[in-house]
Write a protein that binds this ligand. Structure first.
Ligand SMILES: [Zn+2]
Length: 226
């Protein structure tokens, strides 16, 4: 079972990925986390990515695809996995098809209006001590901007600044359209309303996912071929 999470930055797809992983036991694979890990470990792909980032360039599809390919070969992905932040482009989606062409697949597109995304990301702060992410919208008015876990100072990441969010959203929409068409044609695409509380969104996702899993079991006639 391959679960793909699409959604704008700030749509909450990472949170939903964690919830799905917790309930169904599939590992969540975040391309951003893989990239940071590869850089930290100094792997050949990590070094290639780091060189690009230092020059202020986007990490190429080849590097990202290579990391995903290595990751989904691992033992814990054999029954299923959740992809967060991948594929971002149609060429990544096509590579994914080539890597593992068989098996059940479901794509959840967590939909939010741009204004909501904009407000959410603008209110996002990261703790300089423990890297925990906070949403200032959820903090009580007048509450100090410090981390509840470690007391660290909360800072705004450079790419969460309003002027950058506009560019990120534009970029996201350009890439997203082709992916949506691609997955709709494969008949695996589901749009989920993202402007609800996380428990409600998760409930909706579970309904679809349970159906998909039951369907996959009927097709294969066994329950260990997800
Ligand atoms: Zn902290």
């Amino acid at each position: 079972m391959r679960i793909i999470l699409l959604g704008a930055p700030g749509s909450g797809k990472g949170t939903q990925g964690d919830l799905i992983s917790g309930k169904y036991g599939f590992p969540k694979i975040s391309s951003g986390d893989l990239l940071r890990q590869a850089v930290a470990d100094g792997t050949p792909l990590g070094r290639a990515a780091e060189a690009k980032m230092k020059r202020g360039e986007l990490v190429s599809d080849d590097v990202v695809i290579g990391m995903i390919k290595d990751r989904i070969k691992k033992e814990d992905c054999q029954k299923g996995y959740i992809l967060d932040g991948f594929p971002r482009t149609i060429s990544q989606a096509l590579s994914l098809e080539r890597m593992s062409p068989d098996g059940a697949e479901i794509v959840f597109d967590i939909h939010l209006d741009d204004q909501v995304v904009f407000d959410r990301i603008s209110a996002r702060r990261i703790c300089s001590g423990c890297n925990h992410i906070f949403n200032l919208q959820l903090k009580a008015i007048g509450q100090r901007e410090i981390c509840e876990n470690c007391g660290g100072t909360l800072i705004q990441r450079a790419d969460d600044k309003p002027e950058v969010i506009k560019d990120r959203l534009k970029n996201y929409h350009e890439q997203r359209e082709t992916l949506v068409v691609f997955y709709k044609e494969k008949n695996v695409y589901l749009c989920v309303e993202g402007d609800a509380d996380r428990a409600k969104i998760f409930e909706n996702i579970c309904i679809f996912l349970d159906n998909k899993i039951a369907q996959a079991q009927r097709t294969t006639g066994t329950d260990d071929c997800l």
